[in-house]
Structure formats: C-alpha cells, structure tokens
Design a protein around this ligand. Structure first.
Ligand code: F0G
Length: 448
C-alpha cells in the first residue's frame, strides 16, 4: 500500500452558485473556456495535471538545458529502454507533437488508418495528413452496460474488413491505443496486442502503440488476464509494448509529468525519418520542444509509473469514485476505466435527443451544481459518429483525495435529482476543423 503526505498545498475554492452561473454563461457553455480559478474539482483531464513526486522535482533542478547532447535526454533514453523496451527516442513537446512527427512520417494522402478507437488529436492528425481514420473497436465497446475485462481491444475482424475494402497498400499503419481513452479508458489485453502484431505483419503495415496510459493498462492485465496474474506491472509493459514497431507517447499521462512526449522505436530507418521531421516541428532531437528539466522529470516519472503500489493505488482510486457514483445511482459506463469514470449522459438525460448534446448538458450541470469540471466525449467531441453520450471524469494522478471524490458524487447525485429540468444545448459558433470543435465551440441552452 502507498499513500501521500503533503509538502506543498494549493488552496482551491468553490465559487458561489451565482458566480458559477455567470462563469458558465461567459464560457459559452463550453467548460474549456472556464478560468481554472472558477473550478473546484477539476476532472477535465488527467493529462499533465497530476502532482509530481519529490524525486521529479529534484530532477527538475538537475535538468540539463544544453541545446544538444543534454544529459537529461540520456536519462530519458535509458528510462524508455528499461521501462518500455525501445532504444531509439525522439522527444516532442507533448503527445500530439509526437503524433505529428510519427504520423507525418508514416501516413500519406489517401491512406486509411485503423485504430481500436482514435483519440481526438490522433483522429485530427490522421485527417490532417489527408488520410482517413477508421475506428475498429470490439462489438461490446459502445455498450455502456456490457461487462468485459478488455472492452478496449482492437477488432481484427473490423480492421480486416477495412483492408478488404481499400486494399492493404492503402493501410500503411495500424494503431492500438492502450488504454483505449475514447472507449471509456478500457484496457487492451496482451493477447489482443499479439494478434494486432500478427495482423500488421500479414498486411505489411507498421504497428504503432499509443502508449499514453500503458502502465494503467498493464495493471489491468495483471488483474484480468490469466497468463499475467503472477507477473509484475513492469514485466507486463515490457512484454506488451515491444510487440509494436513504434510507440507514440504523451508524457503527461503515464510518465507522470506536466509536459512532454516522444516517439520510441527500434527501427533505424523510421527513427531517422522521425528525427528529421522532429527537428522541423519540435526542436533538436535531444530536447524536442521541452525544457531539459522537463525531460529529466519525465524520465523519473516513467519509472514511477510502473511501481506496483503506485499504479494499484491509482487505478483503485478511479474504482472508488465509480462505486461512490454507483451508490447514488448515476448511470455510467461499466467497468470503470483506468484514468476516468465515464458517465452515461444518454441514460441520465433520456428525455434529451442526442442532437441536443445530452453529454455537454451534463458537463454544464456538474459545473453549475458543484464546480466540478468534466469533459464531453460523445457527439459534441466526435461529430458524425454514433457514440454513446459519455462524460468523462478524469482523475489527475496523485492529486485529489477521498473528500474531493465525495464532493463529485454528491454533485452528480444532486444533478440526478433534478434531471427532468435540464434542457439540451445547441451550437452557436464553431471552428472550421470539425475534429477539434469541442475545444472552442460555444453553445447556448435550447429554450423552446
Ligand atoms: N493519445 C491519447 C490516447 C490521448 O489520450 C492523448 C491526450 C493524446 C494522444 C495526445 O497527447 O495531450 O500530450 O498532446 N489526451 C488528453 C486527454 C488531452 O484529456 O485525454 P497530448
């Protein structure tokens, strides 16, 4: 068992109901537009929002800011090799920078890219290359009520249908996202990763793992996949990740840092090509858009992420939030994910039409009721898809305590209580690129 004691505190406060009402209106009913000072419990994302350890803060001080040949980069290389099993690392300022580097190298106009489920930035980067992102989740992935140990898995059957339709030459890359963020943070089994490896070999594609939450995934594997019941989280990661040809990583998740990301591979040619593109978009390949100190903190965080006690505590905190919400009767996607609980806004607001964005309406109500900020991952974030109306409550790593989670459950219970009064929303303004509209679009309540 682990716990944390505080060395530093930050005061947070709950604005009054009137202030919350005003803030919501001023934000155009889009919580990405809220000032964080107006948020009490911030579950918008687990990305870059966690608390760093004292060891990471110490590494920050020791960070080497040299433009080239930074010692901090050597530390990162050795952590990536030890924890993830890859020798070549191209750093980037965050995960989407790494996506730009990798997919900009591998994907061309007219290509088709299967992924168990694309995250928004991944989808946008594939589309930005003129290629088509195709989701290949397993059948029960979109059923919030189905039980299953690995609902995040990649459906080989669906991906094979994509190849049959377009031809293997148009499918240069196959991606597996672990855990599967857009499918409620569900894990992926090692068995499924092995099958994707075989499939990629069969069609001659490069196999990429989006490893953002690899440690949380490995923890689920130790709990749910019989072959790994006596294996450490670190050993699972070393088994699963090297099955890919390349990793794309956001250090802001399972490297426990506030910034950073990278591509990792053992393929010399791919490494060289990524490195050149990274120089163009990210920076010299020993810092990649990060400060040297952030590279150093990420190297330490990567090792901490596979610490058995840390990751058990982490995933169990999410399960604790899920059981609190369940006990007050809030419908949610089951089972709980590794980094977040996903509320089922479609079931909660069954009186609202999916076109009226019930997910976004729930996001607004959670803020209005208790200053809690979540994020919609339904049709507002993923236009044109037939997804369940989910609202993600992502828990930052090592930051909140039981009392914060209790406040979230009480807030959700209060919203549940007056669910019939809640109206839907309509979009007032939106940006040109549909794939990223949820970050900046503004909405208003439907009054008639
Ligand atoms: N891939 C996945 C699966 C992600 O969840 C994210 C980010 C990225 C790539 C991009 O990484 O943010 O460092 O550029 N997800 C965050 C979230 C933003 O809230 O889920 P990034």
């Amino acid at each position: 068992m682990v716990g944390y004691k505080s060395k530093l505190v930050e005061q947070i406060r709950l604005p009054s109901r009137a202030q919350r009402e005003r803030a919501l209106e001023e934000a155009g009913y889009n919580v990405f537009n809220l000032p964080s000072d107006d948020v009490f419990v911030d579950l918008l994302t687990d990305s870059g929002t966690g608390a760093m350890s004292d060891e990471q803060w110490a590494a920050l001080i020791r960070g080497d800011e040299s433009y080239a040949g930074s010692r901090s980069f050597e530390e990162l290389e050795s952590a990536v090799e030890e924890v993830m099993g890859f020798e070549r690392v191209v750093p980037a300022h965050q995960g989407r920078g790494a996506e730009n580097v990798l997919y900009g190298t591998l994907v061309s106009e007219g290509d088709v890219v299967p992924n168990n489920t694309h995250f928004d930035t991944t989808r946008a980067h594939i589309a930005n290359q003129g290629a088509e992102p195709v989701d290949c989740p397993v059948d029960d992935a979109t059923d919030p009520d189905a039980e299953g140990p690995f609902k995040g898995n990649f459906s080989i059957e669906r991906a094979r249908a994509v190849v049959d339709e377009y031809g293997a030459e148009r499918v240069p890359v196959v991606v597996q996202t672990i855990t599967n963020n857009s499918t409620a943070g569900q894990p992926v089994s090692v068995e499924n990763t092995r099958r994707v490896r075989e499939f990629a070999d069969e069609i001659g594609a490069t196999f990429v793992i989006d490893a953002c939450r690899f440690a949380e995934n490995a923890y689920f594997v130790t709990q749910r996949e019989a072959e790994f019941s006596d294996v450490s989280v670190a050993a699972v990661a070393r088994e699963q990740l090297p099955l890919a040809d390349a990793l794309v990583m956001s250090g802001k998740k399972d490297a426990l840092s506030n910034a950073g990301g990278f591509v990792a591979t053992d393929d010399e040619r791919l490494y060289e090509r990524c490195k050149q593109r990274a120089i163009l978009y990210e920076g010299f390949p020993t810092y990649g858009g990060m400060a040297g100190r952030d590279v150093a903190a990420m190297a330490v965080g990567l090792r901490e992420a596979v610490d058995e006690a840390y990751v058990a505590d982490r995933v169990e905190q999410i399960q604790e939030l899920a059981s609190m919400l369940e006990s007050v009767g809030v419908p949610m996607y089951t089972p709980a994910g590794g980094h977040a609980v996903y509320l089922d806004a479609g079931a909660l607001f069954s009186h609202l039409d999916p076109e009226q964005f019930p997910g976004q309406a729930l996001v607004c109500e959670l803020y209005r009721e208790g200053g809690v900020r979540g994020v919609e991952l339904g049709r507002f974030a993923f236009p044109g898809t037939d997804r369940p109306e989910l609202v993600r409550l992502a828990v930052p790593r090592r930051m909140y305590h039981r009392e914060h989670l209790e406040h979230v459950a009480e807030t959700a219970a209060a919203v549940l209580e007056r669910r019939e009064e809640v109206s839907g929303l309509e979009i007032v303004s939106e940006p040109e690129m549909e794939e990223i509209r949820h970050f900046t679009a503004t909405l208003e309540p439907i009054t008639s």
